[in-house]
Design a protein around this ligand. Structure first.
Ligand code: ZN
Length: 173
């Protein structure tokens, strides 16, 4: 499993709902959680690792807290409140971050990895992460949400970062 880097096509694809939770999906979820920790990220959406299905993993607990990964399948945002500007980054856009306005409180409904219905409420970083990951499932990367000025700056900077990353050929496609 690997993380696809912007602007790979899979990141622009709207993910399809998960229809069945089976052993293969459990293994996929475990691999995603492991990869998220290895990459030192706070969230990872399935299409970032090449599967356009509606599921993401996240863990916004601090480094001094025990890991508590959250898995949400077929998530839907059911409430959004307030707004907050903060620095945001993405495992698919390495070595880049930018300030972005997001709702400060978000409620999400979906299913856990066992198929139970869940409701999850996030504030601050958790709210930001929920919006960021659900955006991924809709084919939206955080850089797509930047102001046109910031987007222009990003477009100028990004090819240089990509070149430095020294990715394999298929990552650049
Ligand atoms: Zn991301």
């Amino acid at each position: 499993m690997k993380i696809y880097v912007y602007p790979h096509e899979i990141l622009k694809k709207k993910a399809e709902p998960v229809r069945e939770i089976d052993g293969a999906l459990q293994k996929f979820i475990d691999d995603m959680i492991e990869l998220m920790y290895r990459a030192k990220g706070v969230g990872l959406a399935a299409n970032q690792v090449g599967e356009a299905i509606r599921l993401f993993v996240m863990d916004v607990s601090g480094s001094d807290e025990p890991p508590s990964p959250i898995v949400i399948i077929n998530p839907v945002i059911t409430a959004m409140e307030g707004s907050e500007v903060a620095e945001e980054g993405c495992l698919s856009v390495p070595r880049y971050s930018a300030k972005l306005k997001r709702a400060s409180l978000v409620e999400v409904k979906g299913f856990d990895r066992h198929g139970n219905e869940i409701r999850y409420e996030g504030q601050g970083l958790a709210a930001r992460c929920l919006q960021h990951e659900i955006d991924h499932l809709d084919g939206i990367c955080f850089v797509d949400r930047l102001s046109s000025l910031k987007k222009a700056m990003f477009r100028k900077k990004w090819p240089k970062i990509l070149a430095e990353l020294d990715l394999g050929k298929d990552d650049k496609e």
